[in-house]
Structure formats: structure tokens, C-alpha cells
Write a protein that binds this ligand. Structure first.
Ligand code: NAD
Length: 479
């Protein structure tokens, strides 16, 4: 293997090529699927609070238009560049295909350290970014729909929807121009938690397959599995909280400036609430007040190599490389982040028998619930609004029939708890769990078709390539 650094987009394409070689599609068709269709790079001016002017670099990449709109987050980070947005947009295309979300892939980025800007400055940057996308037709409910990613959240999405609808006031479906919005601005219950909750569902589904656990030398079930999570942001914090709720033991947490490790288990809820209470720019693992006995390490890279059963990188790309892969002790890696494992490291670990659950499946819960939010915005009605009461009445009728035909009489408390209809949060979480678990078993089937000789990443690429190929074959080439 050469020591030449490989770009992020090349890493994604290497994984694509490995899977494509196992399909029967024509080279030209594979080349269309792989290419990044459009990249828009622009510079925008920011007037800072002190009156000085700064030039801000920004991108939006649309990888595939085989289904519209295209979809993908916007990240604010100093690491943003053209290669990164193209790689992340490509991963979005494959991710949507794996979980049957009818979108093409896209990604946006602004090269800033968001901690260095005031709220007002961030708002001006976000609104101007949106304005530039509108000018070039790179945003819209049927065109390209952004969402949160590293360094952005519901607040930025609210600025985007407000700017977009101000510029297109007559668009009835304008709220669907972006997802991950606050609830009051057309957001959906469960979106903020969706990626982390999805990662937790995936991790539990993986641990529930006794046959795979036996091969890894682990007992079946999520209970008691020792987990390390990297990143206490949106994805990492919810992953840690939900896995702890499911019975896993969170033994380690890694942030940008330190590591917490305790083989007896950390209290995820206490840590996340203290972390979230720290203001922007104030966050530091050193500031958390925690019980004695917890080891604190300053070398964040060491955190990935600590003893555990499951490692969940949920911060940034290129964290597990050919350099540190030999020292990784986890038997299972669930990729909460996009691209946390380089393709070389992924091969090395798979050869060592480590089970890697790939990013473009594992963290797809976010885009899946974004799809639900988009549908809600187009329909202009909350999920469950019309059927919740009807369901309750139907359940009550069934329970009354049971009462009439048995000796059993239910108390009003029993009736109201057993006869609850589904509200929006129930429906979102049900759709999320069902999709993530069903997709996992489908990927295992693809692996089995290949004699279990391929890893799950390759299986997920084969799945995506086959689905996108059908689209292109049906559509033909225009004109
Ligand atoms: P976020 O900005 O909410 O959180 C990122 C966290 O990582 C922050 O707490 C930050 O301090 C921490 N961090 C930064 N550098 C680090 C380092 N070197 N070591 C450890 N921690 C570090 O971002 P997010 O939305 O949680 O996204 C994290 C990853 O998940 C990204 O790769 C993103 O593309 C991916 N992802 C996010 C979503 C989503 O819905 N937000 C969906 C799918 C995938």
C-alpha cells in the first residue's frame, strides 16, 4: 500500500470500486453513478461586529441527480474544502439509496471555526450563504434540501428557512427547503435525536445476531457491551444516551481536548447535560465535574485505542487510519461520523475480523427522519394528527370486546395506557427503527450471497450501486 495521502473523495471511490467490481453493471454506468455532478464554490463577504470585512469560503456539492431533490447537511468547520464536500455528497447518495430515501446526495460547507464568531455574525454568514444558493438554484424543496451537520444545528436551519421563504414568499411548500428545523418552524419531533438514535438501533441490531457475536468472541445482546464514543455533539451525545438506556456500558468518551475512561461505566446523562450547559467556545472535557475514579487522558488519539467491545467514532473523518488501526482493540466499529475510517484502515481491520458497520448505513437515521420532515412540510400536517384518536377508539373497542368475552374488566388507567394512539414521535421512531433494522438484515443477506467473503461496507455499496443503477437504466440518458 502506498504512503501517498489519499483524498477523502478518493477513499469513498476506492470503496465504491471494490463493490462495483462485484456487480455486473457496464463501466459507463458505474462512472455516471460515481461522478460528482455539480460543485458550486463561492466567496461571500462578512461584515464583522467590529466593522472589519472578511471573505468567507463556501461550497455546495450535488453528487447525483438520479432522484430529486438532492439532500445533505451543511457543515461549519475549518477543514471544509472541495474534496470534502464532494466526498460527503457522494456518501449521501449511497446513504439515501441504502435506506430507500428517494433523494440524490449533496453536501455544503463553510470554512469557518464557528466558535470564533458571534451569534449575529453566524446569522449573517448563514443568511448570505442561503441567498447565494437561491441565486444559483442550489436550494429548494424540489431542488436541493440542506440539513444540519458538523458545527450546525436547528438554529442555522431556522435562519435558512426564513431567508429562503423571504425570497420566495409565494412558495406554498417553502418550509421543505431545509430540514432539521426547530419544531415551531416546521421541524419534526425526533429529528435532533435521529442520527444518534439510529446509530443505537443499528448497534443493538448488530449485537442481537448471535452467530456474528460468536465469531467476534462476544455474547449476544447489547446489555453490558463496553462502548467508547468519540464526539459529544449531536450524533455522539444521543448515541451514548440511547445505548446506555438500552443497557450498554459506556466506558469511554473522547472529545477534542481529552478523554474520559472508566471500565465501571460513565454516566452518559450527567456528562451530556454538563457538556451542553457549557457555552459555545467554553466547552472542554477538563471543565466537567465528575465522580472520582474516572481516568482523564489528554492524548485524544489514545482514546480510540482503549479497551472496549464497540467503538463509535461520531466526530470527524479520518480518525482511524492505517497508522492506529493495528492498536484498535474494539471488536465492532459503528461509524456514527462520515468517513471516520480510511479505506486502508477499513481493509486492515476487516482482515483482522473486526466488524465495521459503515457510515453510509449506520448514520442514515438523520437523513431518514429529514425525509419524514420534508414529507410533513409538503403535507402541511403533523404525522398522527388525523389518526391518533381514531386508533385510540379502535383499541378501546377491541379491549371492550375482550371484556365482554372474558371475566376480565380493565380499569380506566389500564384502558387509557393500552389504548394509546400513535403520535408524531411514536411514528417517527417506529419508521426509524424499522428502516434501520430491516436495512441491516438486507446487508447481511447481500454479504451472504457473496459467501460472507465481503465486509458490510462493500455490501452496503453493492446495495446502493444496484438501486441507483436501476434508476439510471429506467431513466436513460437525456437528451
Ligand atoms: P457536532 O458539531 O454536533 O459535534 C461534533 C463534536 O465532535 C463536537 O462536540 C466537537 O467538539 C467534537 N470534536 C471535534 N473534533 C474532535 C476530535 N478531534 N476528537 C473528538 N471530538 C471532536 O456534529 P455532528 O452533527 O454530531 O456530526 C458529527 C459527525 O456525524 C460528522 O461526521 C457528520 O458528518 C456526521 N453526521 C451527522 C449527522 C447529523 O444529523 N448531525 C447525520 C449523519 C452524519
Amino acid at each position: 500500500m502506498s504512503n501517498q495521502p489519499v483524498s477523502f473523495f478518493d477513499q469513498v471511490n476506492r470503496n465504491f470500486d471494490r463493490a462495483a467490481a462485484l456487480t455486473k453493471h457496464a463501466p459507463g454506468l458505474l462512472a455516471i453513478i460515481k461522478a460528482c455532478n455539480s460543485v458550486y464554490h463561492f466567496n461571500l463577504p462578512l461584515e464583522r461586529d467590529d466593522g472589519s470585512i472578511e471573505v468567507i469560503h463556501a461550497w455546495r456539492a450535488e453528487h447525483s441527480h438520479h432522484k430529486l431533490p438532492t439532500k445533505g447537511g451543511i457543515r461549519y468547520s475549518l477543514g471544509v474544502n472541495e474534496d470534502e464536500v464532494m466526498a460527503l455528497a457522494a456518501l449521501m447518495t449511497y446513504k439515501c439509496a441504502v435506506v430507500d430515501v428517494p433523494f440524490g446526495g449533496a453536501k455544503g460547507g463553510i470554512r469557518i471555526d464557528s466558535r470564533k464568531y458571534s451569534k449575529g455574525e453566524l446569522e449573517r454568514i448563514t443568511r448570505r450563504y442561503t441567498f447565494e444558493l437561491v441565486k444559483k438554484n442550489f436550494i429548494g424543496p424540489g431542488i436541493d434540501v440542506p440539513a444540519p451537520d458538523f458545527g450546525t444545528g436547528a438554529r442555522e436551519m431556522a435562519w435558512i428557512v426564513d431567508t429562503y421563504t423571504a425570497l420566495s414568499p409565494d412558495k406554498l411548500e417553502g418550509a421543505a427547503c431545509v430540514t432539521g428545523k426547530p419544531l415551531a418552524q416546521g421541524g419534526i419531533r425526533g429529528r435532533a435525536e435521529a442520527t444518534g438514535r439510529g446509530v443505537a438501533f443499528v448497534t443493538r441490531a448488530v449485537c442481537n445476531v448471535g452467530e456474528d457475536m460468536k465469531q467476534l468472541g462476544l455474547s449476544p445482546g447489547i446489555e453490558g457491551k463496553r462502548v467508547i464514543v468519540q464526539g459529544l455533539g449531536n450524533v455522539g451525545s444521543y448515541t451514548a444516551l440511547f445505548l446506555q438506556e438500552m443497557g450498554a456500558t459506556l466506558v469511554g468518551l473522547i472529545e477534542f481536548d481529552g478523554v474520559l475512561y472508566d471500565p465501571r461505566g460513565l454516566d452518559a446523562a450527567a456528562i451530556v447535560s454538563q457538556w451542553n450547559a457549557l457555552g459555545r467556545g467554553e466547552k472542554s472535557i477538563q471543565k466537567l465535574v465528575l465522580p472520582g475514579g474516572i481516568q482523564r487522558l489528554e492524548n485524544v488519539q489514545e482514546g480510540l485505542e482503549l479497551d472496549c467491545d464497540i467503538l463509535i467514532p461520531a466526530a470527524l473523518e479520518n480518525q482511524i487510519t492505517e497508522e492506529n488501526a493495528p492498536r484498535i482493540k474494539a471488536r465492532i466499529i459503528v461509524e456514527g461520523a462520515n468517513g471516520p475510517t480510511t479505506s486502508g484502515a477499513s481493509e486492515m481491520l476487516s482482515q483482522r475480523g473486526v466488524l465495521i458497520v459503515p457510515d453510509h448505513y449506520a448514520n442514515a437515521g438523520g437523513v431518514l427522519v429529514s425525509y419524514f420532515e420534508w414529507l410533513k412540510n409538503l403535507a402541511h400536517v403533523r404525522f398522527g394528527r388525523m389518526e391518533k384518536r381514531a386508533e385510540e377508539l379502535a383499541f378501546r373497542r377491541i379491549l371492550k370486546t375482550v371484556e365482554r368475552n372474558t371475566e376480565r374488566t380493565f380499569s380506566e388507567a389500564e384502558l387509557s395506557s393500552a389504548a394509546q394512539g400513535s403520535d408524531e414521535a411514536d411514528l417517527v421512531n417506529s419508521g426509524l427503527e424499522d428502516t434501520m433494522v430491516t436495512a441491516f438484515h438486507h446487508l447481511r443477506e447481500i454479504r451472504a450471497v457473496h459467501g460472507n467473503e465481503i465486509d458490510l461496507r462493500t455490501a452496503a455499496f453493492i446495495d446502493a450501486i444496484n438501486k441507483i443503477a436501476i434508476s439510471y437504466q429506467d431513466l436513460g440518458i437525456f437528451p
